[in-house]
Design a protein around this ligand. Structure first.
Ligand code: ZN
Length: 274
């Protein structure tokens, strides 16, 4: 994986939850200093912007910017409710840039052909298409997770960071929910990864295809299960304990007292629910 780093523009983060190594690289790169300006091309002159309480959305028409702004606010509000993060607020509005189409997006962000969106600092760049909403919901979850965790090292919590992002994506887009449900049924249910495998083997450069799809589907399924079966407020306590630096087993035991003692309990209950 390290051999890929020099090839990336400074602080590249990446995309939709598609497969590839960028998703994993992101985990290591978010902690690095963030320059003031994103290294991506701006919209052409004449673009419009709409600002809401948590987002500044720019697009080529006010109507498009408003549509995406409304979607962002809805996704954010749903995520806060699901995670029990009622006291959280971003320190500055998240910037959303909506390019007109894939050609402009690829030309201005220099992302690989398969990329559907890119996150940088507190910004998300996408282009108008049916899948953009899923990308935005997924990336908003990453921005919130990163900001909530603050300076805490969450490099060992990739499964949770991605699991929450997949959960948000499923909640925001029925097509995503259907896709992940199908992958849980066909890939995860027959032979779930152990929790150790889930945490120690996030998708990397050598894995592609169904192994990556299975990893993301399981991470999302597990996060959704913990939120629904454990309760939103308890899930918030879980995140807070992790932010305080508690090992995940202790964080589970304290946050979900009376329900689960550790991740082994959680994993067993999740498997039984499949
Ligand atoms: Zn992700």
């Amino acid at each position: 994986m390290k051999k890929h780093l020099p090839l990336l523009p400074a602080l590249l983060i990446l995309s939709a939850c598609v497969s590839l190594p960028d998703e994993v690289l992101r985990q290591h790169m978010l902690a690095a200093p963030v320059p003031d300006q994103a290294p991506y091309g701006e919209l052409d002159p004449g673009s419009k912007s709409v600002e809401t309480s948590r987002f500044l959305v720019r697009a080529y028409s006010t109507e498009t910017a408003q549509t995406y702004a409304t979607f962002c606010e809805d996704s954010y509000t749903r995520l806060m409710s699901d995670l029990g993060l009622y006291s959280f607020a971003p320190s500055a509005p998240y910037n959303i840039v909506v390019y007109a189409g894939k050609d402009e997006y690829l030309a201005k962000t220099k992302q690989p052909e398969w990329s559907g969106g890119v996150a940088y600092g507190n910004a998300i760049h996408v282009y108008e298409n049916d899948a953009a909403r899923g990308v935005i919901a997924h990336e908003i979850a990453h921005l919130v997770f990163k900001e909530f965790m603050g300076g805490t090292d969450f490099s060992q919590l990739t499964w949770l960071n991605e699991g929450i992002a997949v959960h948000a994506e499923k909640a925001a887009l029925p097509a995503s929910a259907d896709l992940y449900a199908a992958r849980v049924k066909s890939l995860v249910r027959p032979s779930p990864l152990s929790f150790t495998a889930l945490t120690s083997m996030p998708p990397g450069a050598r894995q592609t295809g169904s192994a990556v799809e299975k990893w993301y589907a399981q991470a999302g399924s597990l996060a959704t299960f913990m939120i629904r079966a454990g309760g939103n407020f308890n899930f918030y306590l879980f995140l807070r304990k992790l932010k305080e630096g508690l090992p995940v087993d202790y964080a589970v035991g304290e946050a979900f007292a009376g329900t689960w003692r550790d991740m082994s309990d959680v994993h067993a209950a999740w498997r039984a629910s499949l």
